[in-house]
Design a protein around this ligand. Structure first.
Ligand SMILES: [Zn+2]
Length: 79
């Protein structure tokens, strides 16, 4: 009866091995899940196109460092 069971160190190693494999498997699933999530948020839609910059002095929407209308470098971010 007792000879049917695995010796203690081997059974412990087997349990440990299964635990590591399970951990790696779970991590791979989590990585795939978060990967698809970030892909839908950042991959498909261009983040920079969502942000619009407005001149603080005249209110012109532009993407240059300085306002093309009045030359002011002060701008605010709007959507
Ligand atoms: Zn301006």
């Amino acid at each position: 009866m007792i000879s049917m069971l695995l010796p203690f160190p081997i059974s412990l190693a087997a349990i440990f091995g299964v635990f590591i494999l399970l951990n790696l498997y779970m991590r791979r699933i989590m990585m795939r899940k978060t990967g698809s999530m970030t892909g839908s948020v950042f991959g498909s839609s261009d983040n920079s196109s969502l942000l619009k910059y407005y001149c603080m002095s005249c209110g012109t929407q532009h993407k240059q460092a300085a306002c093309p209308k009045c030359g002011s470098k002060m701008k605010r971010v709007g959507s």
